[in-house]
Design a protein. Structure first.
Lengths: 534, 510
């Protein structure tokens, strides 16, 4: 026997065996599951059909279109201030918008937004909501909020599969040389500078909500370049830091770093300065059902006020208020409300159609882009683990087009979990949003299931045998993309203003970044516009 | 004519022998590689080192073949039998040696080397035996052709047929038998040409019988190797969804292992359970309702039942197999004095964290006997979140006690438990004692308020506890202190798991 032959032989076997195995598997077994939720078909009715005006109008003080975070936050604030004759209309079967969630026998799980960072301490109304939701259990003598321990993300929190090994945390460090590590150090010291920087107007350089940030010209200049250009200018060119920043901007904005505004990219890192009695500023709050938990808290006092399966079809200002038409999707009947006020808490491309306003449509078309996403929930038995950091809450694969997966059962405290539900996130950034969206709606369940499993197979070789079910949710317009000019341009401002005294707007796309706090304050702002008039 | 024919068939017999030697040799190497991957993990490293060592050893064998000058055929047969002996028993030897962890790798590489050297001698020997009988170019071509075909056959049948259907021990024995069989056949075939044929044949038959016997008893050999791992006889072992339970017994004691961690030895468990239970029970005054979390072996319950004031014991243990064993198995129930069958004891099989979250009752004394915080799951049972829940299950005067690993091996872990209880709003009393089978062991008593009074006496039947012993248990020498400020263990930092891994990891390296 000669060495060469022997090695060739052994290597051949080693390569062929898993390949044979993989072929067999993909052919023999289709993973059960289906494409769920986000009623795109019903939503497209609004785009493709014209509806008759409603025959009769039910009187109402306030009608809110859209029961996502912005709409619910507006409703909650109105009810708390004595305006109780309100109705929320939402197309979906469950309110929640991007914070939608589902569940099975093993746990609840998110279909979209799944955590909030420890809040900034100047957000009084938001903190008071979290106290109401029993997320904040009290304040320590120094005045810092104490968070319920069950809701702070449990350890181990994050891991990254890189260079054949799971490392702790998402900032790459395994297998990097000194120069590559130095770029991360440089980047984070830059971020630290921005975090505590104030503009010439005395405002924080980067703040939440976005509109409370400084409008200092030197900072606004950051909104005219992309994150990639900004990194190039700062010599942040190593493959690892580029991946990391791109991962972050895809994660928060569904936008790759070469398309996202540098201002927004930096805001992601520099706007979080929350302090807590029992958590660090980079800790997060999370629940089995993700931000579905916060949705339940927002709608706590809104029983009987939310109409689901209701597709708003028209919003028309009248001399003494506003007329709202909507389609009851179940009965296919067009109904109407005659209200004093309406809050349009849906994305602007829907708002423009409801108002039948072509001017708005034009602004929108020029300046607003929405990222399509695919989210999958997998129910899995025990998985084979590669070496390194054990299974964590957030599990990310270096170089993958996906954002990895979050374990919905992570916050459960029991010793043994029969099954785990893993929520897998894939922003569709490989093509233009329009092209990716079309492609996404055409693809079938098997295509998506295969995409998810083949990605995860790299880190869990037995994922195909161990996965019992994969459900898929497609978000055609998951979030607005903060491209250059979005934050500090005029389009956002021009669309935010009320129409007359009766029609108000609230949505994260008007903030330019899709985070919980922005939705919460968008709703608050619209509610206050109404309360000022009553 | 007849003569050429005879020579011709002799040549074929020897070539078939080459074929079988090549097959067997590679099989032994694959057995060693597979076993090393199973037992040591990291299959890439194991396989590549074993391939390297094996090929190198074959080189040594080829070199050594020059020292064989006479009686080549006899040596060829002897070596054939030796390969059958060493290779055939290689899997058994490795399985038996593995529990003696320190010596595993030297034995592994020694076996691979010996097999490699023997196989390495065979081919050159054969070439020399046949060199006068066949033309050289044809000879080399034939010998190597059969050698390589044998190798291919081995690598195909090993993973596809032998490992799945026979397992490793029987696979190596099977090929050992094949080697020996070839050796014996050669003895018969060349009976006239070989000197000392009787001795060689006798040796071959002995090996053959030994391997047949081992083949038949391979199951028993496998389970015997498991008993070696525990030094004693395994009297019971089972895997539940929660853990691997192994009970061993020798002349002196009976031991319970959960996931290979010793839980108790019947010889000295009274020291552990008296120290765990009596300080808290005595400090609690006249406890009526007692909660045990963990403790499915019923030994803590046995101690608690000694108190006349006790009306109810609620025991919560995760694993129904554990509590069933210690309720129904006579040898085991004898050790806990049938405590789990006592009418005052209620056994609930539930997750302690979930049970405590849903519990509405309050208890006068709580005994917490969880496994050590060796991972993130069990680490949750040592957090402020868990201890705050615990508080809601305690009456105002109640006392709880937590088994808190070894303050000698893991002082930071031990004091971290103490700090965590204090951060959760408890007054604590840390103490420790010596349990021979465990070493120095630590406990932390916790109550909502009030200071600890050392009792004059422990008024129950006991072998260990007394006023003087308790007084000693409260003293911590310098080598059991943490010597640095410690983090509090919370769900969102799991600081204890990190301390525990570091400290016990270092201890086990020693």
């Amino acid at each position: 026997m000669k060495r060469g032959d022997f090695i060739r032989l052994t290597a051949g076997m080693a390569v062929a065996a898993p390949l044979l195995h993989a072929c067999e598997e993909t052919k023999s077994k289709a993973v059960p599951g289906k494409i769920v939720g986000a009623s795109a078909a019903a939503g497209h009715l609004l785009r493709d059909h014209s509806f008759n005006p409603p025959g009769a109008f039910e009187p109402k003080e306030v009608v809110i279109i859209g029961a996502g975070v912005s709409g619910l936050s507006a409703a909650r604030h109105l009810v708390q201030n004595g305006v109780t004759d309100i109705t929320l209309l939402d197309l979906e079967a469950q309110p929640g918008g991007n914070a939608a969630s589902g569940g099975n026998a093993f746990s609840k799980y998110p279909w979209g937004a799944h955590y909030v960072p420890v809040p900034n301490n100047n957000l009084t109304e938001y903190l008071s909501f979290l106290e109401d939701a029993k997320v904040i259990t009290g304040y320590d003598p120094a005045g810092l909020p104490v968070y319920d321990e069950f809701y702070l993300c449990h350890d181990p929190e994050e891991r990254l599969y890189i260079n054949g090994h799971w490392q702790e945390g998402l900032v790459p460090n395994t297998g990097l040389n000194a120069a590559e590590l130095a770029q991360f150090k440089q980047f984070f010291s830059q971020i630290n500078h921005y975090k505590y920087l104030k503009g010439t107007d005395g405002l924080d350089a980067f703040s939440i909500p976005v509109d409370t940030s400084s409008r200092d010209e030197s900072l606004r200049a950051l909104d005219r370049v992309t994150m990639k250009e900004w990194m190039d200018n700062h010599g942040l060119t190593s493959e690892y830091i580029r991946w990391y920043i791109d991962y972050c901007t895809r994660d928060d904005f569904g936008t790759p770093y070469n398309l996202v505004s540098a201002w927004a990219g930096i805001h992601y890192f520099a706007s979080r300065k929350g302090k807590a009695a029992n958590a660090a500023h980079n800790d997060v709050l999370t629940w089995e059902n993700g931000n579905g938990f916060l949705i339940d808290a927002l709608r706590k006092d809104l029983d009987g006020k939310i109409a689901t399966g209701a597709l708003a079809t028209s919003v028309k200002a009248t001399s003494n208020g506003v007329q709202v038409g909507y389609l009851d999707v179940a009965t296919r009947q067009v109904k109407g409300f005659e209200a004093k006020h309406c809050i349009v808490a849906v994305p602007q491309f829907v708002a423009a159609r409801l108002l039948g306003d072509s001017e708005r449509g034009k602004t929108l078309h020029e300046h607003f882009h929405y990222a399509p996403w695919m989210v999958a929930n997998l129910t899995v038995k025990g998985l084979h683990e590669r070496a390194g950091q054990p299974a964590s809450w957030d599990n990310v694969i270096y170089g993958s087009p996906s954002l990895g997966y979050v374990d919905a059962t992570h916050q459960q405290v029991q010793q043994r979990k029969e099954r785990r539900n893993l929520t897998y996130y894939l922003p569709l950034t490989h093509a233009s949003p329009e092209a990716a969206r079309k492609e996404a709606y055409r693809a079938e369940h098997a295509f998506w299931a295969e995409k998810v499993l083949s990605d995860l197979q790299r880190v869990h070789p037995d994922i195909r045998e161990q996965t019992e079910r994969v459900d898929i949710m497609l978000w055609g317009h998951a979030m607005v993309q903060p491209r250059p000019g979005m934050i500090h341009g005029e389009a956002r401002k021009s669309l935010s203003g009320s129409v007359g005294n009766a029609i108000h707007f609230a949505h994260t796309d008007l903030a330019g970044v899709s985070i919980f706090e922005e939705g919460f304050y968008q709703g608050l702002r619209a509610a206050k516009q109404i309360l000022q008039q009553t | 004519m007849k003569n050429t024919e005879g020579r011709h068939s002799a040549q074929w017999v020897l070539l078939v022998a080459v074929f079988i030697i090549a097959t067997c040799g590679l099989i032994y190497e694959l057995v060693a590689g597979t076993l090393a991957s199973y037992l040591l993990g990291d299959s890439v490293t194991q396989f590549s080192i074993i391939i390297g060592v094996y090929l190198f050893s074959m080189g040594i064998g080829s070199y050594l073949s020059r020292f064989f000058n006479d009686h080549l055929l006899e040596w060829f047969i002897r070596i054939e039998l030796l390969v059958g002996l060493v290779g055939g028993f290689s899997a058994i030897i490795l399985f038996l040696v593995f529990p003696l962890a320190i010596s595993f790798q030297p034995v592994l590489y020694a076996l691979v080397s010996v097999t490699g050297i023997l196989v390495g001698i065979e081919i050159p020997l054969l070439l020399r035996i046949l060199k006068d009988k066949v033309e050289f170019a044809e000879l080399v071509s034939r010998v190597f052709t059969y050698d390589y075909i044998g190798a291919l056959l081995a690598s195909l049948i090993f993973p596809l047929i032998f490992v799945p259907y026979l397992g490793l021990i029987r696979t190596s024995l099977f090929f050992g038998l094949l080697n020996v069989g070839v050796g014996l056949y050669l003895c018969r075939y060349f009976a006239g040409e070989v000197r000392g044929i009787r001795a060689i044949r006798f040796g071959g038959i002995v090996i053959l019988v030994a391997e047949v016997v081992a083949f038949i008893f391979s199951e028993q050999i496998m389970s015997f190797s498991e008993t070696l791992a525990y030094n004693d006889h395994v009297v019971y072992s089972t895997s539940t969804p929660y853990q691997r339970i192994v009970i061993t017994k020798n002349r002196h004691d009976l031991r319970l292992y959960l996931n290979n961690n010793l839980q108790f030895s019947s010889a000295d468990e009274y020291r552990y359970h008296e120290a765990l239970v009596h300080p808290a029970m005595t400090a609690a005054g006249q406890p009526r309702n007692v909660l045990i979390l963990g403790g499915g072996d019923g030994l803590a319950a046995r101690e608690i039942l000694k108190y006349g004031s006790v009306r109810n014991i609620q025991l919560v243990d995760l694993d129904p197999v554990m509590t069933k064993l210690f309720t129904g198995q006579d040898i085991l129930a004898e050790i806990n004095k049938h405590s789990l069958k006592d009418p005052r004891v209620t056994v609930t099989n539930a997750d302690a964290f979930i049970w405590l979250k849903e519990n509405k009752k309050q208890f006068d004394c709580v005994i917490i006997d969880f496994p050590d915080p060796s991972g993130f799951s069990v680490g949750k049972l040592y957090t402020t979140a868990f201890y705050r829940l615990l508080k809601t299950a305690m009456t105002p005067q109640a006392v709880a006690v937590v088994q808190s690993t070894s303050p000698y091996v893991a002082p930071k872990s031990f004091w971290c438990v103490n700090e965590t209880l204090r951060a959760s709003g408890f007054q604590t009393v840390p103490y420790h004692n010596y349990v021979p089978s465990f070493g120095e062991w630590g406990y932390v008593m916790a109550r909502k308020s009030g200071s600890y009074q050392l009792p004059d006496t422990f008024a129950i039947e006991k072998k260990y506890m007394s006023h003087a012993v308790m007084e000693q248990m409260l003293q911590f020498p310098d080598d059991m202190l943490a010597h640095e400020p410690l983090e509090v263990n919370k769900l969102n930092n799991q600081a204890l798991v990190a301390y525990f891994e570091k400290e016990w990891g270092k201890y086990q390296e020693q």
